[in-house]
Design a protein around this ligand. Sequence first.
Ligand code: DHB
Length: 312
Amino acid sequence: MTRPTTLQSSIGQVTLDSYVMNASGPRCSSAEELHLIGRSNAAAIVTKSCTILPREGNAEPRYRDLELGAIQSMGLPNLGYNAYLDLVPELLEHNKPVVVSISGLSLADNETMVKAFDGSDASLLEVNFSCPNIAGKPQTAYDFEQVENSLTRLCSLTDKPLGIKLAPYFDMSHFDSMAEILNRFPIAFISTINSIGNTLIIDPQTERAVIKPKGGFGGLCGQYVKPIGLANVHAFRQRLRDDIDIVGVGGIYNGTDAFEYALAGASAVQVATSFQQQGEGCFQRINDELAALLEAKGYASIKEVIGQLKAF
Ligand code: DHB
């Protein structure tokens, strides 16, 4: 499929034919789902975060659509990393980058999986430091010492472009501290933000939380989180080395959302909730809307927009 050069971008020096890919999240666990993404207009195929062993995930109900997004506590349902290792060659036949998301339940698990995928033809590795939905496992991204220890170990294990998926931060001092750590490591990119962890939606009729796992606490997604995603992308763009790309995630439903992420500093974006809600047609639609917006504004390329948020 030929795509307009207007939307060409890159992450960690891996070329992307368009600006929008799926996020590690919904509809990317099984071989069928991943091939569907491969056949779509998505810029890359991103796998569900994998663990050492296959997982069924948390008890249901574990996902609920909301007026402006969704709440979820899926619990990492995935096929186990060996299945994704086997899938990489056939996924690459779609002629787009394959991004493997890794979410070990320990540093040792992450080391095992980074080593394994280093020996594969995966294009990019995204280590998930921010899954909020495993009972008893805090999000690594909120433990700065653990981020530093993990990166010390993981960066030495691969020559592939390695990125990390971060949780949202809400304080300028946290952006400063995290960026100071990240700038000391040879990482290729960050993806930000993950869902806002441990939120609670209550149904006043049933007098219950709307999801069951972890007593109802789950990750908030969709339009609710876009201003937080934009802030995290922009704050990190102002603080990270130029060679660390930023993948923007959080509440991207249309071309205008993607354009705003580009202004904030995202080199590409990932889409989760609108993909969950609308299916794989969302990639073509959002890319087309973005291309039309760029043209209407007189931009020849998305690259002219990335990081160009204007100051007052
Ligand atoms: C899940 C949710 C996340 O936000 C994440 O980063 C990884 C996994 C999940 O519950 O499956």
